[in-house]
Design a protein around this ligand. Structure first.
Ligand SMILES: CC(=O)N[C@H]1[C@@H](OP(=O)(O)OP(=O)(O)OC[C@H]2O[C@@H](n3ccc(=O)[nH]c3=O)[C@H](O)[C@@H]2O)O[C@H](CO)[C@@H](O)[C@@H]1O[C@H](C)C(=O)N[C@@H](C)C(=O)N[C@H](CCC(=O)O)C(=O)O
Ligand SMILES: Nc1ncnc2c1ncn2[C@@H]1O[C@H](COP(=O)(O)OP(=O)(O)OP(=O)(O)O)[C@@H](O)[C@H]1O
Length: 492
């Protein structure tokens, strides 16, 4: 691509040196720079991409985009801008020729439920034969092939690359999990969303946002970024039972589709019942009431299904088709997922709850299946939002026996994490075990026939991060092995 054509999209303060005629790639990591690239220097919290500009030049960068003049050796031009993160979004979208504009783009934001709603929408569309890509916490799913991604919402360059690949592989749409970090850091710059969906807003990530007000405003950016061009067919889907929805509806001029269970809503779940490991409810819609029988468990999944249904209905899909696909969905990976236990006398669920609200929802989702004790294993991440820890344990106390542990302790001591959690316990039936594998074994040790164990926090993840190393870890595998040993040897 011609360098001058690419750079037209930027408000440039100064160009130092002679711009090359053509460039072949854009990079933000000096270690992956290809010859003839533009390297954009991004400031992190711990390291600064400006410090790697010289390395990028040595690896082939011919233009450096920076926020101040750098002392560089080699045949390279410098483009000085005010804000390199914003510049990256603009450059990446232009370089890939705005790939989102020809696809139906769904963005899902909220504290809990993003992975679930995106996955439900993808499964419905897949069932209807519509090629759709998905990006989020679990990875980048392109036509059934899962590629790893480091973040819920990837950096602006990877985001545009993914959308470009999805378009190139014939996807008609893409569903993206939109994190508040991603919105604040401009990772979604240049993504032309058609549908913005809000799940809920509860306590999380206050280490990053500081206050709930800032956190809520960050999520609102998804709605304001839908734009103002009313010739475009765009939709906002809001949770009528969450007070933040009133604020978000003021941020967009596009049609608002509401869903909920408690308050008045266009898509409303009523007569909700939970038995035989199935969820039953009636869905009130603009076209009448439909009875639903689905494998997804818990009230929170009724919300997630209502959100997905409202979004797809808004895009013109028939309710009968949507509902047929919803009823066929078995589970969302790692979200209140029942683990087959064969003839073992206990039930095991794996869940991703790591906020107070999600823990409460996970426990209430499992309540109808509790025959005896409910044992809840909950850990929290090290070096992340500490203020939510006591509230997480308080919610976990809704179960009969709690095991407090860690979930990616990173560089933080086990004792510091456990002490914060312990402050919130409201009863004495609990144990503190920092090593997660030992905590899982303890849950099985205290379990008796008829008990139900929920392992929360890890969900789909198959690792535990200690310092900066990922060690293989599976709650389900460890629990099943311990349970076989305990219950099968006792019946021999
Ligand atoms: C651990 C952490 O918080 N890291 C944040 C921090 O990064 P950092 O200081 O480590 O710096 P960096 O981004 O690795 O490096 C800065 C630049 O130097 C470059 N570099 C670096 C080294 C090198 O040798 N060469 C080189 O060029 C890097 O490629 C990058 O362009 O500063 C960056 C801001 O510019 C953040 O984007 C980054 O968030 C990372 C990606 C992260 O994982 N953050 C989490 C908190 C996050 O975003 N989570 C959300 C929410 C998920 C949820 O809802 O639960 C998500 O969307 O995933
Ligand atoms: N609509 C919802 N409301 C409240 N809790 C929910 C909802 N959907 C899922 N949960 C709970 O939150 C957990 C995480 O769900 P999910 O992964 O879908 O959310 P997420 O927003 O993608 O989370 P993260 O940002 O951490 O990746 C689930 O395991 C479940 O316990």
């Amino acid at each position: 691509m011609q360098a001058t054509e690419l750079l037209q999209c930027l408000p440039i303060k100064k160009v130092i040196g002679q711009l090359p005629e053509n460039i072949k790639d854009i990079a933000i990591d000096s270690r992956g720079v290809q010859p003839k690239s533009v390297f954009v220097c991004i400031k992190g919290y711990t390291v600064d991409g400006h410090d790697y500009a010289q390395k990028a030049v040595e690896n082939g960068a011919i233009i450096i985009v920076a926020d101040h003049e750098l002392d560089l050796e080699g045949d390279v031009a410098q483009v000085i801008v005010n804000n390199t993160s914003r510049a990256l979004g603009l450059l990446a979208a232009k370089f890939f020729d705005y790939p989102s504009k020809d696809m139906t783009m769904f963005g899902v934001t909220g504290t809990n439920g993003k992975t679930s709603v995106t996955s439900i929408i993808r499964d419905i569309l897949h069932g209807l034969g519509i090629k759709t890509a998905l990006s989020g916490t679990i990875g980048f799913n392109l036509n059934g092939v899962m590629y790893e991604s480091a973040n819920t919402t990837s950096d602006a360059l990877s985001t545009q690359q993914m959308i470009f690949r999805a378009a190139a592989e014939g996807c008609q749409g893409m569903i993206m999990e939109v994190s508040s970090h991603g919105l604040v850091e401009g990772r979604l710059a240049g993504v032309d969303f058609d549908v913005a969906i809000f799940t809920n807003l509860t306590h999380d990530h206050l280490d990053f946002h500081g206050t709930m007000e800032n956190y809520g405003n960050a999520k609102g950016m998804l709605f304001s970024q839908l734009g103002q061009d009313l010739e475009k067919d765009k939709d906002a889907v809001l949770n009528a039972d969450d007070p933040w929805s009133e604020r978000y509806q003021e941020l967009t001029p596009y049609p608002i589709w509401t869903y909920g269970i408690k308050n008045d809503a266009i898509f409303k779940g009523v007569n909700c019942q939970y038995h035989n490991h199935m969820t039953y409810f009636d869905m009130e819609t603009p076209e009448g009431t439909f009875p639903i029988k689905m494998h997804l468990l818990g009230e929170f999944n009724i919300y997630n299904v209502l959100a997905a249904t409202a979004a797809l209905y808004a895009r013109g899909y028939a309710l009968e088709d949507i509902i047929e696909q919803v009823e066929a969905i078995e589970s969302v990976k790692g979200r209140m997922q029942g683990i087959p236990t064969g003839d073992l006398p206990i039930s095991i669920f794996v869940d991703y709850a790591h906020t107070p609200d999600a823990i409460e929802k996970a426990i209430s989702a499992a309540m109808p299946y509790k025959k005896n004790k409910m044992i809840f294993v909950i850990g929290t991440g090290g070096n992340r939002d500490k203020s939510k820890r006591p509230d997480m344990a308080k919610m976990a106390s809704l179960s009969d026996y709690v095991i407090l542990t860690t979930d990616d302790p990173r560089y933080e001591e086990y004792d510091s994490i456990l002490a914060d959690l312990e402050k919130g316990m409201t009863h004495d039936h609990y144990a503190c075990i920092g090593d997660r594998a030992e905590a899982v074994k303890k849950a099985v040790e205290v379990a008796e026939a008829g008990d139900l164990i929920i392992f929360a926090g890890k969900g789909h993840e198959d690792y535990q991060i200690i310092e900066n190393t990922k060690y293989p870890h599976s709650d389900a595998e460890i629990a099943l092995e311990a349970a076989r040993e305990k219950f099968q040897s006792s019946t021999k």
